[in-house]
Structure formats: C-alpha cells, structure tokens
Design a protein around this ligand. Structure first.
Ligand code: BGC
Length: 737
C-alpha cells in the first residue's frame, strides 16, 4: 500500500484550491466559438478532428503523431497516458498547430485507472449504486490526473449469454439494474460538470445489442427485434444519456442486417432524433473498416460514407474518413454539412471538458492522486461489497480468527495478475493483494498458514493435487481459490464451456473428500456451471475478479469483518445448454410442468437455474413481512407505493438487498414473468427492523405496445418483493382507465 506523503497531499490541496473547478465556457459561447473555428478550418483539419488513433508505443506516444498534431490532423488518441506525455503532445497542439485545438486523450478506464476495483460485473453485484459511483469517481480523478479526460466506459451492454466474455465488463442481464448502474457510473466519471479538474467525459458503449451476439461468440451477428431493443438493450444507454453522458461508441455487431457502426436507425433516428443526444459518437476499433467484411460496403470509400452518413462522428484507428471524405464530397456522395456536424459535436465535447481553457495537467497532482491511501481503501470496501455468498452449510463461514491452522489452496490463491481482471487500465499486478497475502495480514502469527497451488487454472498437470490434499488434511480449514484466468474473460474471450477449466474441479473434489471444513472462493468473469460445488462444497464465495484489494476484501468476508451482502446480477445456469437463461423471460403457452411432456423444458436438464438472478446469502438472516400497496386501483398516470418490513432475525449486523419485481397478468403484448423495478440495499443490526418503500410510476409500469408507443395499459399487475428473483411476498393491484 502506498502512503501519501504529507507534502504531496499539500500540493494536491493547493492545486485544487487554486484551480477554478469549472473550466467550460457557457453553452451559447461554445456554439459561437465552434462556428468561428469551423469557418477557419480546412477540410483536412476537420477530418483530423474526426480521427482517433492508438497512440501508445512502448510506454510512450508514437513519434509520428507529433507531426500530425502539429499540422492539426489528429484530434484524439487512445492509450496515451501520463501527465508528462499528454502534456508534451498537448503543448504541440495548443502552441504549434494553426488553430490551437487541444487533443482529447481517451483510454479504457473500465474498473479503475491504476487503483483497480472489481470488474464491472462484480461491482454490479454490490447492488449499490453509491459504491459504483464512488469507484467511477476515483477512476475519473486518477485518469484526469494522468491527462486522460475521456474513458471508453461505461460498457452498458445487457448480456444474457455467459459464453460471451464481455459479460464481465457490464452490469449483467437485467435492463433495470443495468440502467441504475449505467447512471451511477456516468455520474461518477463526469460529476455534475466534467470540466472539473478531477472529472472525465464518459462513453456509453457499445451502441447497441453487442451483447446479443449469436452463440455468445464475440463480434458475432445479432438479430434483435425493435421491441427487444427498446425494452432490453436500450434502457442502460438511455440511463447513461439521462445522466448526461457526453459520448457513445458504436459497436462491432451486425444488427438486423445493418451493422451498428453504420446503422441510421440506432445512430440517428433513436439517438439523435428521439433522444436528442448532442455529444459525439466514436466508432469501435476499426469497426468502420470492418463494414467491408460485413458485406455492407464494397470498398473503403463506401464504408466511410456509410458510417459517417449514418451518424458515426469519429473514426477509431482505421483512417477511411481522412482518406476518402474529400473524394466522396467531390462526387456528391457526402455533404460538407455532414462533416461539419460531426466536427461540431466533437468540438462541443472538447469545449465542455474545458480543454480549451485548461489543456494541461499538473504533473504534481498525478503522483499524489494515483493510488492514494483513500483510493486504495475504497477499492477494498467496494470489493467487499461486491462479494456474493452462494452457499454456507453449517456456518463454515465466517472463520474464527483464533483457528490454529489454515490451508490456502488453488491456482488463483496467490495470483496477482488475474486478480485485477481484464481491461485493467493502468493497473499493475504488483499492486494487487492476493488472497494468500490478505489472509496472512488478517491472522496473527499464532495461526499456521500453509499454501499449495495444487494445479494450474487451465491445462492438464495434476502433480500438485496430492500436496494440496495433504495440507488441507493437516489444517483446521481449507480455502480454495479457483475460477478463470482474467484472459479467459473480456474481449475476444468467449467460451463454449462454462465449467471450471483444467484440473481445478478434480482438485476441489479431492480436498472436499478429506472432510475438512472447506470454503471455495470463485474468481471469474462470468457465471460458471458449478453444480458439483453447489451440491458438495460446504461454502462458496463468488468474488469475481476483485481488483487490487481483492485479497484483503475476501479475507474481510472470510473472517467476518464484513458480512457479505452482494447479489448475483446474472443467472447461473446448470449446464451451458440452458443458455440463454435469464429471470425475466416470457411464460410461453406451455410453461414447464414436470407432469406434462408437452411443455417447455429439456429432456436432459432442468429449466431452473443453479443460482437465480438477485441471489445471495448473508451470515445473518432476514425476514420480509407485511407487504402493502398504497392503492389497489390506480389510473394509468397514477402511482402506487409499495412498502415492506425487513427484519434482521439473526445475530450479526448485515445487509439485505430488497428487490421489487412486477408482472402484467395480461396485456396487448405479452410481458415477462417478472421484471425488476426497484431495489434497495439496507444495513440492519441484529433484531433491527426497517420499513422499505418503493414507488411504482409510469416509467415502471409502462411498456411498448404494438405501435411501439410507451403506454401504461389497464389490467392487473402482480408485485413481488423478495431477497432474490425467485422467492418473495406477493400482492396485486389494477390499472383502470
Ligand atoms: C473494444 C472497445 C474499446 C476499444 C478501445 C475495442 O476493441 O471493443 O470496448 O473501447 O477497443 O480500446
């Protein structure tokens, strides 16, 4: 852990005290200044603003970019970071280019800049938007201090197929939870005004339905109805927009025959016309050039025209706008107004960021901000809040700190690299506290701690298993850390199997067979098919990839300093053949009935999940009682309050996530069997009882009718309030015209 020197703290305080917090000019001025710039810009300079290039080369920027920036031919870079390096490039832009337009430095700051928090799926398991906002806000402060003022986050793709590796980057399967988390992340990154020196502009990605990739195979085709787009895939993007997100990123996928990086319906009809988005859209990495592979464009010029005219303002890495726009304009295939509009949107965000007023980053601030004591502590707290207790037979957990001996086992138990997960920004493995290190810090020297790796994450060798069994047998308790490597998750990391890879399960079986009290700690970026564990392991903790403080956070939970309160943001299937399996499915005409063959089910597997959405246990127990509705009949524009009493009936302080679901019994279009519409994570002392209140209004009760209009229809609605998506109390009310 890095201690902050008092002198550097003072420097930060002085800098923040002397900097005006807001740098952006008033909105009307911005438009006037853009007009003035546009009037002076050559076509080449305009196209320079529409270009973002990968600028990183061996820890520095690419030397050829200096010249491009000097000539005004490169408006943004990705991956260049560090106050010194970004300042060097910025000096060229602001002092040596003709129009002095600052460069925008972007980077994938997904779950932390250097202080790495849990992967986004893990953070979402906290069901705690305040914690998620705090994490994004720390990531923003660290990024901004390093000259990075634009993150390609949040990734808000709904993902219902755990084979897709990028499920780890988002908030899981549910549009409502996804929307809440999207809003929290955008607020954390941007604050109220992202021209503040510790804020950055966010990017909602990947617009849109990228997570619906057929077969869970990354980059694969998607075919999604307009209804599913509007009800399932759009809501987190809309929530990001409502939170003020400045940019969107188009995606790689073909959507209903028109790839998302050239789709006028999503990019213009919905985003610009319906939603009035006035920021800019960046393509994904070479996704414009890929329009040729998709078969939408016969050549590079057509690809550029298709993307730009559909509404993609900035091109990432491929350079087709630059190359072909002049010719397309000459041939009358692209209008100058189209180019000007794209430039305007990009400059607008640069102005709103205050880049023209304050283009540089104070180098002293960087050192004092990054990995500050407070940031690292926050990473530990958020990680602990993200952990989900999946099983705890005979109260194996928490473990007493007074035990004599503990065996720490598994390929992930002392693994710094994997702990920080994929897309880990500027994270360094040496910053990560492994589970073994966390346990060592937690226990006094009188406890004997033994460690064995046992086996690899992947691959066949099993020679280490005997040693692992031996140390387990000799210990009071065994903790086994198993799961996936970080590289098995994230982009281009789809899996056809969701089993624990390699010999890990074989090792766990051998250890459980010793009969020693055993807890399995999972580290993974997606739901896994862990039936054997669910049946036979005494305790299971889902820790995701918990970030640099993961080991400490998991130890906090294992030894009871923190009572776990996370809940699954995604369904865990029993077998991969059940996928996609998600809680808010339709009922079908033949809902599964064990006594009737001709109902919707499998011959060789159950239809139920292994662990349902919203599930998670605690070291204490909660009871929900007295579900009440404020009205039994409401008008379509009315509201209904829902109250429930929650009591901690156990003997420890703990958190419960109270979840509210609804179901329309009958409507003009069929509705899911349950839809999450509210939740609250509350903390209760032993014996304490609290009343939780939700309000259901138009935005919760409405849906898209056959004409794709958002309406609240008359009819009966059921309300479910529970501690997960399966169990709960029920009530109902009617909407009448
Ligand atoms: C990913 C994006 C990412 C971009 C820039 C792409 O491959 O799909 O999510 O923001 O690279 O690194």
């Amino acid at each position: 852990m890095k201690l902050v020197k008092p002198t550097s703290l003072l420097v930060v305080l002085l800098i923040f005290a002397t900097l005006p917090s807001i740098a952006a000019p008033p909105r009307d001025d911005i438009e006037r200044r853009i007009d003035a710039l546009l009037a002076r810009m050559t076509l080449e300079e305009k196209l320079g603003q529409l270009q973002i290039l990968d600028g990183e080369a061996n820890g520095n920027y690419r030397p050829e970019h200096l010249e491009m920036i000097r000539k005004g031919l490169l408006g943004s870079t990705l991956n260049v970071r560090g106050a010194k390096r970004t300042n060097e490039l910025q000096h060229i832009a602001v002092e040596q280019s003709r129009l002095k337009i600052p460069v925008l430095f972007g980077f994938d700051v997904i779950h932390g800049y250097r202080t790495i928090f849990p992967i986004s799926l893990g953070e979402s398991a906290s069901w705690d938007p305040a914690a998620v906002e705090r994490s994004a806000s720390i990531a923003a402060a660290e990024s901004a201090a390093s000259g990075v003022r634009w993150t390609f986050a949040p990734m808000v793709d709904i993902a219902r197929d755990p084979r897709w590796g990028r499920i780890s980057e988002g908030a899981g399967e549910d549009p409502y939870l996804g929307a809440v988390m999207a809003g929290a992340r955008v607020r954390g990154f941007q604050g109220k005004d992202y021209s503040a020196p510790d804020k950055i502009v966010a990017c909602a990605k990947h617009w849109v339905a990228y997570g619906a990739a057929e077969g869970g195979r990354d980059y694969n085709t998607t075919d999604v109805s307009e209804r599913a787009l509007r009800e399932t895939y759009f809501p987190p993007f809309k929530a990001a927009l409502d939170a003020g997100v400045g940019t969107f990123m188009s995606a790689f996928n073909d959507l209903n025959g028109v790839p998302t990086s050239a789709n006028p319906f999503t990019l213009t009809t919905v985003l610009r016309r319906e939603w009035k988005f006035d920021g800019f859209v960046v393509s994904d990495y070479e996704s414009i050039k890929e329009l040729i592979n998709h078969g939408l464009a016969a050549n590079e010029a057509e690809a550029a025209r298709a993307a730009l005219s559909a509404g993609v303002d900035m091109e990432m890495v491929s350079r087709l706008y630059k190359e072909y726009a002049p010719q397309l304009i000459r041939e009358g295939k692209l209008s100058k107004a189209n180019i000007d509009e794209a430039v305007r949107r990009i400059l607008r965000i640069k102005f709103r960021l205050g880049l023209f007023e304050r283009p540089y980053t104070e180098e002293a601030r960087e050192q004092a901000t990054i990995m500050s004591h407070a940031n690292v502590e926050a990473a530990r707290e958020v990680a602990a809040r993200s952990i989900v207790l999946l099983k705890n037979e005979r109260d194996v957990l928490p473990i007493s700190k007074g035990i004599h001996s503990i065996a720490v086992i598994g390929p992930l138990a002392d693994d710094q690299q994997d702990m920080i997960g994929s897309w880990s920004g500027d994270g360094r493995k040496e910053d990560a506290v492994t589970l073994l290190a966390g346990i060592k810090q937690k226990l006094s020297p009188s406890t004997q701690i033994t460690y064995a790796k046992g086996c690899e994450i992947e691959g066949g060798a099993s020679d280490g298993i005997d040693e692992a069994v031996r140390i387990a047998r000799d210990a009071d308790v065994a903790i086994i850390a198993v799961g996936e490597s970080a590289a098995m998750t994230g982009e281009a990391a789809s899996r056809a199997s969701l089993d624990l890879p390699g010999r890990q399960l074989e090792m766990v079986k051998a250890i459980v067979a010793t009969g020693r009290p055993t807890a399995v700690v999972l580290m993974n970026g997606r739901p896994l098919t862990i039936n054997w564990l669910a049946e036979n392991a005494p305790a299971i903790l889902e820790s995701w990839f918990a970030g640099i403080q993961g080991g400490n956070a998991i130890a906090d939970v294992l030894f009871g300093d923190v009572n776990p309160g996370g809940k699954l943001p995604v369904t865990f299937p029993r077998v991969v053949g059940q996928v996609p399996l998600y809680y808010n499915h339709k009922n079908t005409g033949r809902p599964p009935d064990p006594n009737n063959k001709y109902t919707s089910k499998y011959l060789d597997a159950l239809v139920t999940p292994l662990f349902p959405f919203g599930f998670g246990l605690s070291y204490t127990r909660f009871r929900l009682t007295d579900l009440r509705l404020g009205a039994s009949i409401i008008r379509p524009d009315g509201r209904v309050t829902v109250t429930v009493d929650v009591e901690n009936t156990g003997d420890r302080l703990g958190d419960e996530v109270v979840q509210l679901y609804i179901r329309h019994i009958a409507a003009s279009v069929t509705r899911p069997v349950k839809e999450l519409k509210g939740f609250e994570r509350i903390t209760l002392k032993p014996g304490e009882k609290k009343r939780v209140t939700f309000t259901l209004a138009r935005e919760h009760l409405g849906f898209y009718n056959r004409d794709m209009r958002f309406v609240v229809e008359p009819g009966e609605l059921k309300v479910f309030v529970g501690a997960n998506s399966v169990d709960g109390l029920e009530a109902s009310f009617r909407v009448v015209e």
